[in-house]
Design a protein around this ligand. Structure first.
Ligand code: EPZ
Length: 418
C-alpha cells in the first residue's frame, strides 16, 4: 500500500502541464466497440481506471497497445458479449460498454456497476432510454441482460442531465435506424469530445454542448484517430494547489473555459487569475474571502472540484456554505479535514465551512474516494506540519502522478510504500 507524505506551508511556483481527461478517455475508449478495426487515441492519461478499461476491452477480444500516452485499440468480433462482475466492480464506468455492444452486436450482458463511496450510482437513466430505443432489457443476478434486433431512433428526454447516461445513449443512437433526439442532455466538455470522436467515425451527430443532441443513425462506423481533451478537473486541482499555498502557478496544456465556474469562484474569493488559450495562472495571494458554492451540471460548479475547493475554504476569511447537489454522499473528506483542524459542519447535502487562516495542522488522514484524496493533499500543502495520506489507490484512479507534478512546483511531497 502506498502513502503520500506532505510537508507544506510554502508557496508553489512554476508551470505544470495537465494530462488527458480521465472522464473523456473512458467513454472514448468504449466508443471504439462501435467499429471493428484499429483505433488510435492520443493524450490518454496513465491511470488505474484506464487500465481497468483496457482489461474489459481485452476481455471483449480487443487488442490494446500503449505507446506513452497513445493507445491503439484493435477491435475484433468479440467471442463474448459479457462484461463480468470482477472487471466491472473495479470501475463503474464499465457500464459505458452497454450502449456500443447493444447497438453493434444486438446484445450485451453487463454486470451492474454497483454503488461507490459517493453514492448509489443508479443506471436507470441508461436503461430506460435504451428500452425506448427498442431494447429488451432484464436485470437478473446482478447483470443487465440486453437484446435488440435493431435499435430504432426516438425522442428521449432525460429526467436529469446525466453524463454517463448521455454518453451511453449517444453511442447507441449512432447505429439506430432513423433519427434520435436527446433532450435535457449533459453539456460537459467530455460529451462534446465524445461527439467529435463519433463524428470522426462517421456518425451523424449535432448539438453537443447544448441541451439537445440530434443523431441520424448510420449503417456502420469506421475506426478513428482521436486526441483526448485535457483533464479540466486535474487542471482545476492544480490551480487550487497554487492558490491554497499562496503561490504563483501556471497550469498549461489546459482549456481555461472548461473551468469557468471555478475561475469565477476563485476570482470572487479575491484571487487574480490570468488566462490564455491553453493556460491559466493564479497569482500570489495571502488572504482570500469565503464564498458559497452549489455544485451543478456543466457549466455549473463541478461536483468533481467540490472537495478540493472545500480545502481552499478552510483557509478563507469568513464562512462558506458548500452545497453538493449531484451526489448524495460526497462529503467523506469533511471528517478527515476536521481531523486536520478544519471547522466544518456537514448537514446532509450542505457543509458549513468556517474559514481560519493557518487553522490546519498536519495529521494522518485516510483517502475515501478519488477527489477526497486530492482535497486532503491540498490541505496538507497548506500546513507546515507533516500530513500522511493513506489509501491513495483512490488517487491513482484519476490523477496521473499528481505528487510528481506538485514536486515540480516545489512541493515537499513524496510517495512511500508501506
Ligand atoms: C460522471 O459520472 C463522472 N464520471 C463523475 O466523475 C462526475 O462526478 C459525474 O459524471 C458528474 O459530473 C465519469 O465520467 C467516468 P451522472 P456519472 O450520471 O456519469 C444520478 C470523478 O471523480 N443518476 O451525471 O456516473 C446519479 O446518482 C467521477 O471523476 C441517476 O439517478 O454521473 C448522480 O446523483 C466521480 N440515474 C447524478 O445523477 C442514472 O441512471 C449524476 O450522475 C445516472 C445517474
Amino acid at each position: 500500500m502506498d502513502i503520500i507524505i506532505i510537508k507544506g506551508g510554502k508557496p508553489l511556483k512554476g508551470s505544470v502541464a495537465v494530462s488527458g481527461a480521465k472522464n473523456a478517455a473512458l467513454p472514448l475508449l468504449f466508443s471504439s466497440l462501435l467499429a471493428e478495426g484499429e483505433h488510435r487515441f492520443d493524450n490518454v492519461p496513465l491511470l488505474k481506471d484506464i487500465e481497468s478499461t483496457e482489461l474489459l476491452l481485452n476481455h471483449l477480444n480487443c487488442e490494446t497497445q500503449r505507446i506513452g500516452t497513445q493507445m491503439k485499440v484493435t477491435v475484433n468480433q468479440p467471442e463474448s458479449l459479457v462484461a463480468p462482475y470482477d472487471i466491472v466492480r473495479k470501475m463503474r464506468a464499465s457500464i459505458l460498454c452497454l450502449g456500443p455492444l447493444l447497438a453493434r452486436y444486438g446484445k450485451a450482458k453487463v454486470s451492474l456497476p454497483g454503488g461507490c463511496a459517493i453514492g448509489s450510482r443508479p443506471i436507470n437513466l441508461h436503461i430506460e432510454p435504451l428500452r425506448q430505443l427498442g431494447a429488451q432489457i432484464e436485470i437478473e443476478h446482478g447483470y443487465v441482460i440486453a437484446k435488440a434486433k435493431k435499435l430504432v431512433g426516438d425522442r428521449i428526454v432525460f429526467d436529469f442531465a446525466t453524463v454517463g447516461g448521455t454518453e451511453n445513449i449517444m453511442m447507441a443512437a449512432t447505429l439506430c435506424k432513423g433519427t434520435t433526439i436527446l433532450e435535457n442532455v449533459a453539456k460537459e466538455p467530455e460529451i462534446s469530445d465524445l461527439a467529435r470522436c463519433l463524428r470522426s467515425m462517421g456518425a451523424q451527430i449535432e448539438g453537443e454542448g447544448t441541451s439537445v443532441i440530434t443523431i441520424e443513425g448510420v449503417d456502420e462506423l469506421k475506426p478513428t484517430d482521436h486526441r483526448v481533451i485535457p483533464d479540466r478537473i486535474e487542471a482545476g486541482t492544480l490551480l487550487l494547489a497554487g492558490a491554497i499555498t499562496g503561490g504563483d502557478v501556471k497550469v498549461i496544456d489546459c482549456v481555461p473555459s472548461d473551468v469557468d465556474a471555478l475561475i469565477n469562484k476563485m476570482t470572487a474569493c479575491g484571487f487574480e487569475i490570468d488566462t490564455g488559450v491553453d493556460w491559466m495562472r493564479v497569482k500570489p495571494c495571502d488572504r482570500w474571502r469565503a464564498v458559497d458554492v452549489n455544485t451543478a451540471p456543466y457549466p455549473g460548479f463541478p461536483t468533481d472540484l467540490q472537495a478540493q475547493f472545500m480545502a481552499l475554504m478552510t483557509q478563507a476569511d469568513g464562512t462558506s456554505v458548500i452545497t453538493e447537489r449531484i451526489f448524495e454522499n460526497r462529503f467523506m473528506h469533511v471528517q478527515e479535514l476536521v481531523r486536520m483542524g478544519a471547522k466544518i459542519t456537514p448537514k446532509s447535502q450542505v457543509a458549513v465551512v468556517r474559514g481560519e487562516k493557518a487553522g490546519l495542522s498536519g495529521a494522518q488522514v485516510m483517502a475515501t474516494d478519488l477527489r477526497a484524496s486530492a482535497s486532503l493533499i491540498l490541505a496538507g500543502l497548506a500546513t507546515a506540519d507533516e500530513t500522511v495520506v493513506s489509501r491513495i489507490y483512490h488517487l491513482d484512479r484519476g490523477y496521473e502522478k499528481l505528487e510528481v507534478k506538485l514536486q515540480s512546483l516545489g512541493a515537499q511531497i513524496e510517495r512511500c510504500s508501506v
